[in-house]
Design a protein around this ligand. Structure first.
Ligand code: HEM
Length: 494
């Protein structure tokens, strides 16, 4: 990947001429950012389809913190200044909606579920389901997360070259499907799996055909429609069964996410369509993202044996496989994951639409355009990250005078000067930050800890090659060689 990824110094962050002061607080009239410099009608779509990550990085490097580009005539602005990102996500969040673009692409899939809902409906849904993601509830999924990791490693033999992406996708699918449907997953696994695979394929932005609307009858689109209809029907049947069995009175006391949604519907907080939309939303938002986070964490550890050893020593100190609470207290493990999510954020870019004209980074941005926020670009910005393209978990570790080591999940201490809060935002930010963040962090910790207690991972392919799809996908298999620790110990001690 290093060939295709260019370093940048963030470029000029300020408009060249006629600029107002920061965020419009000046005497002069703010200007529009320079033109996108793309083809008529298509805009910059070819460059994005060829290598979106490289395109975003180059655009930010050449044009600074607010860089215009176009996709099929849609005016878009890539925002890479952390303070401006904070304003969009936090202070001024009420001035922005998710907007037309995500709705056009994902509306038929996610309907009016949490990911796409706006305003009052979004707030009511978020309130209705938030208790499912409280720490005590997420802790309860810990045993299943560790058990699925044991099953993954049980399927490996000493010396195998395994594709981490395939293994992590299967792992994250099993964890999420069980978290969503509980015991009901047993009977429905194939329907859910087929739909999840089709969703991933349909939104594979590495293929030009994925830019076509869903009604164009490509084989991928037809398969996707069929499998999604089957998933929705299955979910509706399961909801009927749960109702018949008597749902929990309170969303916070359900055993799984579907139970939370059914209880929320019984209370009138969401309607039946929103219930199914949200079940699909969790599957879509929580499956591939977590799989990618785990793939990149394990690959980074395979290519950095010294760091892998440090993490292993930490997790091997427990008598048994550590619990959800125990892995929270593992600074080297947490730092290894934080750093993988920095260098390889599973969500490379997400989007907002201003509902009125705004001023960002001194530029005038009209209402109704696409504002793109890119963890990929910001996480690799040399202004905030020393040696940004190097995997260096130590940057997350703080050593106290007594020698105790700790790590911050959400508020890293700056390793290079003063780092703004939104120089790191793999889970988004503000009121619409990822609701599954705790769930995801916990499965990454438990899977990594459980695996490293049993196997050593060795690099096979070296550099990762990544592509911008709907998420940050690997260009091909991510292979590592597995060495069983038990086999190594036997060899050492014949
Ligand atoms: C490493 C794994 C994950 C990453 C990197 C990630 C990243 C993100 C990001 C960046 C957003 C914000 C999008 C935006 O503001 O437009 C988001 C939102 C969301 N995520 Fe995640 N996510 C992960 C795992 C999960 C999991 C496991 C679930 C569910 C169990 C989940 C469910 C959601 C939902 C429902 C939203 C929309 C929240 C709202 O708008 O209120 N995510 N995620």
């Amino acid at each position: 990947m290093s060939d295709s990824v260019r370093r940048h110094d963030g470029g000029s962050d300020r408009p060249a001429t006629g600029a107002a002061g920061r965020d419009g607080e000046g005497s002069e009239t703010p200007v529009r950012p320079p033109d996108p410099d793309g083809l008529p009608v298509l805009g910059n779509v070819h460059a994005i389809a060829a290598d979106g990550l490289d395109f975003y990085e180059r655009r930010a490097a050449e044009r600074g913190g607010v860089a215009r580009y176009d996709v099929f005539g849609t005016e878009s602005y890539l925002l890479t200044d952390p303070d401006a990102i904070r304003r969009v996500l936090v202070e001024d969040h009420a001035t922005y909606v998710k907007g037309e673009m995500p709705r056009e692409q994902l509306g038929n899939l996610l309907g009016d579920g949490l990911f796409l809902a706006e305003g009052k409906r979004w707030r009511e849904q978020r309130t209705a389901v938030r208790s499912a993601f409280f720490r005590e509830r997420v802790d309860e999924y810990g045993d299943a997360m560790a058990e699925h990791a044991r099953r993954t490693v049980d399927g490996w033999d000493d010396g195998d070259a395994v594709d981490l992406h395939e293994a992590a996708t299967e792992y994250a699918f099993s964890v999420l499907a069980e978290g969503l449907l509980g015991d009901d997953i047993e009977g429905e696994r194939e329907t859910v799996r087929a739909a999840a695979e089709s969703i991933t394929e349909r939104f594979d932005m590495r293929r030009l055909a994925s830019f076509l609307p869903e009604w164009v009858p490509t084989p991928t689109n037809r398969r996707y429609r069929r499998r999604l209809d089957a998933l929705r029907e299955t979910l509706r049947d399961l909801v009927d069964d749960r109702r018949a069995a008597g749902p929990p009175a309170d969303p916070g006391s359900a055993d799984d996410l579907l139970g939370t949604l059914v209880a929320a519907a019984e209370l009138g907080a969401i309607d039946d369509d929103e219930l199914v939309d949200n079940a699909v939303t969790f599957l879509f938002a929580g499956h591939e993202t977590s799989a990618l986070g785990l793939t990149y964490t394990l690959h980074a550890l395979a290519t950095h044996p010294d760091i892998q050893e440090r993490v292993r020593r930490e997790v091997a100190a427990f008598d048994d496989d550590p619990t959800a609470a125990e892995v929270r207290d593992c600074p080297a493990l947490t730092a290894a994951i934080n750093e993988a999510l920095r260098l390889y954020p599973p969500v490379h870019t997400f989007f907002r639409e201003p509902t009125e004209p705004v001023t960002l980074g001194g530029y005038r941005i009209p209402a109704g355009v696409v504002v793109s926020l890119s963890p990929w670009v910001v996480h690799r910005d040399g202004r905030w990250w020393d040696d940004p393209e190097t995997y260096r978990p130590e940057r997350w570790l703080h050593e106290s005078p007594s020698g105790a080591v700790s790590v911050g999940d959400e508020a890293p201490g700056p390793a290079v000067g003063e780092r703004p809060e939104y120089a790191y935002f793999p889970f988004g930010g503000g009121p619409r930050h990822c609701i599954g963040m705790r769930f995801a962090r916990q499965e990454l910790r438990l899977a990594t800890a459980t695996l490293l207690r049993r196997v050593r991972l060795e690099a096979v392919d070296g550099d990762l090659e990544l592509r911008a799809s709907a998420n940050t996908r690997p260009a091909g298999p991510v292979r590592v060689r597995v060495r069983e620790l038990a086999a190594e110990m036997e060899a050492d001690d014949p």
